[in-house]
Design a protein around this ligand. Structure first.
Ligand code: CTP
Length: 407
């Protein structure tokens, strides 16, 4: 069910636009509120009247409509929704999204949103396979846009191949999975830190580490799939943003802490980032020049410990705070000490010795330390570990009321 969910449906200019009428009907049957933006090209295929009759709401179209702006600004329009759905997503609309253009109400709303975006591409098969479209798809996937379809089949233009828009039932299923509708973490809020931090030495140099962000990103995706409203606070990585997750990109530990605090309140906080323990106290405002025979001295100061800060908040502490312990020796002993020292509820202990291949690798072997004991988890891919952790969290929180005490 999608009870109480708000969908902003952006209808682009393709022959498949008629399928949106059926989609709106099905969304409303499931309890979702649907508001439509009709692009100028979309208006050639369906009328504002049919969209508004089915959605039971006004249809938005012009960027510079004074009455619309007075009633609801375009920023508000995209923020008010839980999910933006672009269907049909034409080659032109995808290109404008990929380029970050904001030259009509649809693209302005897409650029202004901080919510997940699902697109259902629909176009001629040659347009679909054109390198420009494929390049735009890659870029949009990297930006975290989720896709459903296109399907293969006969096209309105008489050709055959991929390019047909997904059917309303498929789009509906993608919407339900993105919104984690009915998932065990629906209604919960989660913050996940991921990746390394970069601590500047001067404007061009920085201190960093080898964290890839794979594990943290996978955890954020797994929590979102179970229905948690998930904010991913990540240092610089090459990992794509998981579907349905809101990314807050940061560079330094200080920025990471501020972003986490801004994302509160939350029920769950998972600190998977490899935060630099120190930053440079005397970071230069200008580039440090090398002087023959003179070695610069970097003096370091300690960074805030984000895990400890979140765990020890006097007010508004998340019900469940989970940290990672990356150790090369005495894994369980060190992890247990870290649990106590940082004040968190659980620690995911993993061996990062050179032989483990954990850093930057695909696989991971972890032991979950709770206050009650140690669970040795079987080795698995980082995605499998993430799934397991998300389910374990759902089970632990299942017994506590939302916004309630510790599990
Ligand atoms: N962490 C954090 N902020 C920091 C340092 C660490 O939030 N400034 C979090 C990490 O995200 C991880 C946990 O603390 O969840 C453990 O980090 P780790 O680097 O393993 O431990 P340290 O506290 O740095 O201790 P040590 O270097 O002794 O292992």
């Amino acid at each position: 069910m999608l009870e109480g969910k708000r969908i902003l449906l952006i209808v682009g200019g393709g022959i498949a636009a008629y399928k949106c009428l059926e989609l709106i009907r099905r969304l409303r049957e499931r309890g979702a509120a649907v508001r439509c933006i009709l692009t100028e090209a979309g208006g050639q295929f369906v009328t504002p009247l049919s969209l508004s009759a089915l959605s039971g709401d006004k249809v938005y179209g012009e960027l510079f409509s004074l009455t619309d702006e007075a009633e609801m600004g375009h920023i508000q329009l995209s923020r008010d929704a839980d999910l933006l759905v672009v269907a049909p997503a034409t080659a032109d609309l995808l290109a404008r999204m990929a380029a970050g253009l904001a030259n009509d109400l649809a693209t302005t709303a897409l650029l202004a949103t901080d919510k997940a975006v699902l697109a259902a591409p629909a176009m001629n098969v040659r347009m679909w396979w054109h390198p420009a479209t494929q390049r735009n798809m890659t870029r949009l996937r990297e930006d975290g846009v989720a896709f459903v379809g296109p399907n293969e089949g006969d096209m309105a233009c008489g050709e055959y191949g991929p390019g047909r828009m997904a059917e309303p039932a498929e789009i509906l299923a993608a919407i339900e999975s993105l919104l984690g509708a009915g998932g065990p973490l629906a209604g919960r809020r989660a913050i996940v830190t991921s990746g390394p931090t970069h601590e500047p030495i001067d404007p061009v140099r920085y201190i960093a580490n080898r964290s890839s962000g794979k594990q943290g990103h996978a955890i954020a995706g797994a929590l979102a799939r179970l229905g948690a409203e998930t904010v991913l606070v990540s240092g610089p990585t090459h990992e794509p943003t998981p579907r349905g997750v809101r990314l807050v990109p940061v560079e330094t530990a200080a920025e990471m802490l501020a972003a986490c605090e801004a994302a509160l309140p939350a029920d769950i906080a998972i600190c998977a980032a490899a935060v630099a323990d120190w930053r440079v106290a005397n970071a230069g405002a200008g580039k440090m020049k090398k002087v023959e025979g003179v070695l610069p001295t970097l003096s370091l100061v300690e960074n805030p410990d984000i895990l400890a800060r979140l765990s020890r908040r006097p007010e508004g502490r998340p019900a469940l705070v989970v940290g990672f312990a990356a150790e090369t020796d005495d894994l369980i002993g060190n992890a247990r000490a870290k649990l106590t020292r940082k004040g968190c509820d659980w620690i995911m202990a993993n061996d990062v010795g050179p032989a483990s291949g954990t850093f930057g690798g695909e696989r991971n072997q972890v032991h979950l330390l709770t206050r009650d004991g140690v669970e040795d988890w079987p080795a698995g891919s980082k995605a499998e570990i993430a799934e397991r952790l998300a389910r374990r969290i759902a089970a632990a929180l299942g017994a506590t009321p939302q916004g309630g005490g510790r599990p």
